[in-house]
Design a protein around this ligand. Structure first.
Ligand code: SAH
Length: 344
């Protein structure tokens, strides 16, 4: 059985041709799928017999809202979605002046092991299918009753560790016959999977790439991000430069400020030298609390001092606004759950 949302539009056409149907049926079905139908019988403009035949060879994946939290501080919404196999993932919808942005997951759990992140606790269960990644947008939008205009692939999982499904998802969510979300409104965040960065550069998708750097050198990065032992800082910077050259897109870096680990002014100086050639933007994220971890953020003045030092050195940097902190919806706080019950 195939999930119809795992197919790109052209594949859906072929699939229908293979069933002896006309190509234009694809348009009808693609629209229904993107509108969030959960049953073939909701597809009222296709015949009963085709609906019956479709349900014999394919299915429509559905994400159930297992839990929903709304931040009293800023209106951020966090969904705990139950996947068809019972696993649960989280997605977050944030309201900005330009509209709604959704932060979506790409995997159930994560195997990257970043020391400060809740998403990797308990490791990786499995990657999401392209359909399940898209479903987060479809079902959050359906529930919100409002268009979602921006996507950040910054939820649970490492998108470049689920490369093919993420690329397929990007094609589908961008398709003008479906959600029609422009590539320029999509940001993909990676912890630095170097081969994935080179591959992504060849896809010719004008999305924004952001790299979770979190350290100005190999010594500190090795301590907090296991991926750093696989790909050195030099290899990572070369990949970023190649990405920039190939795509002409400005990339950005995320830098979680962890008190006493990577937030000294010397670290800021070293960071500025490291990334200067890339002319990249830096998003500073005061590290968010994760129950199982002892890392903590510095004071407001320490964070500002770091920011000012980068700015003085000619680096374009901002401190990311913390949203949904009362519902554990901030960066690094999303986690997989089993059957809707928090794993301890
Ligand atoms: N795996 C991808 C996508 C996750 S994006 C990546 O690593 O980029 C989530 C962002 O939040 C990443 O930059 C991640 O490093 C950061 N993050 C993780 N834990 C955090 C924490 N406790 N506080 C602040 N940021 C955190």
């Amino acid at each position: 059985m195939i999930d119809l949302k795992d197919l790109e539009y052209s594949e859906l056409e072929e699939f229908l041709l293979g069933m002896g149907e006309k190509k234009f049926r694809a348009l009808q079905i693609f629209k229904w799928l993107n509108a969030g139908v959960t049953d073939f019988d909701e597809m009222t403009d296709i015949s009963k017999s085709l609906r019956a035949r479709l349900s014999e060879v394919s299915f429509i994946s559905v994400l159930e809202i297992a839990e929903k939290y709304v931040s009293a501080l800023d209106g951020t919404v966090k969904y705990l979605f139950r996947l068809p196999d019972g696993n649960c993932i989280e997605s977050v919808v944030m309201r900005y002046h330009h509209g709604l942005t959704i932060c979506i997951s790409s995997q159930v759990g994560c195997r990257m092991g970043c020391r400060f992140c809740a998403s990797t606790i308990g490791g990786l269960v499995r990657s999401l299918t392209a359909g399940e990644i898209l479903d987060q947008v479809i079902f959050a939008e359906k529930d919100m009753g409002e268009r979602i205009s921006n996507i950040v692939l910054m939820g649970i999982g490492e998108p470049l560790d689920n490369y093919n499904n993420v690329i397929k998802f990007l094609h589908n969510v961008n398709d003008e016959r479906g959600k029609n979300i422009g590539y320029r409104h999509i940001t993909l965040s990676t912890c630095g999977v170097v081969p994935g960065i080179y591959a992504l550069a060849e896809e010719d998708l004008p999305i924004t790439l952001t790299v979770s750097l979190h350290a100005p050198n190999d010594r500190i990065r090795n301590e907090i991000m296991p991926i750093s032992r696989k790909y050195s800082m030099e290899e990572l910077m070369n990949a970023c430069a190649a990405y920039h050259d190939r795509t002409k897109r400005r990339l950005s870096f995320e830098y979680s400020l962890i008190s006493g680990v990577n937030d000294s002014l010397r670290d800021a100086d070293e960071l500025a030298e490291l990334i200067r050639p890339l002319r990249a933007h830096v998003n500073l994220i005061p590290v968010n609390k994760v129950e199982e971890r002892s890392y903590r953020k510095g004071s407001r003045s320490e964070i500002n001092a770091f920011l000012e030092r980068l700015t003085e050195r000619g680096i374009n940097a901002t401190v990311r606004r913390e949203l949904g902190s009362d519902i554990a919806a901030s960066c690094g706080q999303l986690r997989k759950r089993a059957g809707g019950i928090t794993e301890e």
